[in-house]
Ligand binder design. Structure first.
Ligand code: HEC
Length: 112
C-alpha cells in the first residue's frame, strides 16, 4: 500500500510538472528568443531591435503584411536585408513547429 501511494504522488508530481512547463513555454520561448529585439510588448523598442530595425508588432497594418506562413518562414529561415545581411536569425534548430505556431498566435495577440 505504501508503495502504491508513493507511486501515485510521483505520478501526480510529474504530471503537474509537465503542465507547468507547457503553460510557460510560449511566453518563455518569446522572452528567451525574441524579446531582445521585438521587445516584451512587441513594439521592438529595444537596443537590439533598433539596431536590427524591427517593426512594431502591435501595428495592425504591419501585421497584415505577413501571413502566418510568412511568420513561420521567418522563424525557420531567418530574415536578411537586401544586401544579404542577417537581420533575424533562423530558429529552426531551437524551436519546434508547434513552438513556432504558438509564437505566431502570441505575436498576433500583440496587435489586438
Ligand atoms: C536580432 C533581432 C531579432 C530577433 C532576436 C528576432 N527577430 Fe523577428 N524580426 C527582426 C527583424 C529585423 C525583422 C524584419 C522587420 C522588417 O520587416 O523590416 C523581423 C521580422 C519578424 C516577423 C515578420 C516576418 C515577415 O514575414 O515580415 C516575425 C513574425 C518575427 N520577426 C518573429 C520573431 C520571433 C517569433 C522571434 C523569436 C523566435 C524573433 N522574431 C526574433 C529581428 C529579430
Amino acid at each position: 500500500m505504501k508503495h502504491t501511494s508513493a507511486l501515485l504522488i510521483l505520478t501526480a508530481t510529474l504530471g503537474l510538472g509537465a503542465l507547468v512547463v507547457q503553460a510557460a513555454t510560449v511566453s518563455e520561448n518569446y522572452e528567451v528568443n525574441c524579446a531582445s529585439c521585438h521587445g516584451k510588448d512587441g513594439k521592438g523598442e529595444t537596443k537590439a531591435g533598433r539596431k536590427a530595425k524591427t517593426k512594431d508588432l502591435t501595428d495592425k497594418a504591419y501585421q497584415a503584411k505577413f501571413s502566418d506562413a510568412d511568420a513561420i518562414k521567418a522563424m525557420k529561415e531567418g530574415m536578411k536585408d537586401e544586401t544579404g545581411k542577417e537581420r533575424m536569425k533562423s530558429y529552426a534548430d531551437k524551436l519546434s513547429d508547434d513552438d513556432m505556431k504558438t509564437l505566431v498566435a502570441l505575436i498576433r495577440d500583440f496587435a489586438k
